[in-house]
Design a protein around this ligand. Structure first.
Ligand code: ADP
Ligand code: MG
Length: 254
């Protein structure tokens, strides 16, 4: 089943493919021979201790970081180095970060319409209509005329999700989307993500919310020291972790 918010995949292959990806920060081997395919409609949750390379992995997928070796393709296409072609292909990869990164001096509506108008050349009337549908979808349509600072953190993060969806991405990357939120706002964001997952969105999610991983993940990837150490279904991973690193990680969770 294809979500309304998701562009049609064209290649028939994986939506995201990392093959032999290596990256160093000086002496630090931050991504160590990463091989990862995410297929259409799959929800992959990345777990791992702080500093294991989860954010770096997300950022390389969108070319916010370069890689030293290997290939990364989105629906069969390699992201170009720069320019308009990069902006267009980047639109295929929606990103939601821990800090919501909304444009502070633009209204909620403008935050969502900017990408479709600038990158996709959509008419303002059409972009407004799409944005209102998406704001409705994430439950903040009544906030459309406000500025980001007038919204709660949970509402702002839902706007960030709507903004990413407005580009009709082929995959959504979430990097600890609830880590900066007050506890009472975490669920409203996780619920939005769960419903996106159920609609068939292809998702790669870095999170410490094990409840989300159990409920929504098709596959859990456990990273440590820049490597994928283990991957399994959530059921298998949480009940029967194989590696010492994963056992240690799980034992420290509350
Ligand atoms: P995680 O998201 O799993 O916590 P990160 O991908 O943020 O891990 O970081 C992995 C490692 O790379 C950490 O040791 C971090 O200090 C280091 N690192 C991240 N970004 C940079 C950078 N721009 N320059 C140098 N080292 C970095
Ligand atoms: Mg991180």
């Amino acid at each position: 089943m294809n979500s309304d918010h998701q562009a049609e995949a064209s290649s028939g292959g994986p939506i995201v493919r990392l093959a032999g990806v290596n990256k160093h920060y000086g002496a630090l081997h931050v991504l160590n021979n990463i091989n990862l395919d995410v297929v259409k409609g799959e929800v992959v949750v990345i777990l791992g201790p702080s500093g294991s390379g989860k954010s770096t992995l997300c950022r390389t997928i969108n070319r916010l970081e370069t890689i030293d070796e290997g290939t990364i393709t989105i629906d069969g296409k390699t992201l170009p180095e720069e320019g308009k072609a990069l902006a267009r292909l980047r639109a295929d990869v929606g990103m939601v970060f821990q800090s919501f990164n909304l444009f502070a001096h633009k209204t909620i509506l403008e935050n969502v319409t900017l990408g479709p108008i600038k990158v996709k050349g959509m008419k303002k009337s059409e972009a407004d209509k799409l944005a209102m549908q998406l704001l409705e979808r994430v439950g903040v349509a009544n906030q459309a005329a406000k500025l980001p600072a007038q919204l709660s953190g949970g509402q702002q993060q839902r706007v960030a999700i709507a903004r990413a969806l407005a580009m009709k991405p082929k995959v959504m990357l979430f990097d600890e989307p609830t880590s900066a939120l007050d506890p009472e706002m975490i669920n409203e964001v996780l619920d939005t993500m769960v419903s996106l997952a159920r609609e068939g969105m292809t998702m790669l999610v870095v999170t410490h919310e094990m409840g989300f991983a159990r409920k929504a993940a098709d596959r859990v990837i456990f990273m440590a020291d820049g490597q994928i150490v283990e991957q399994a279904t959530p059921e298998e991973f949480f009940t029967n972790p194989q590696s010492a690193r994963a056992k240690d990680f799980l034992s420290k969770l509350i």
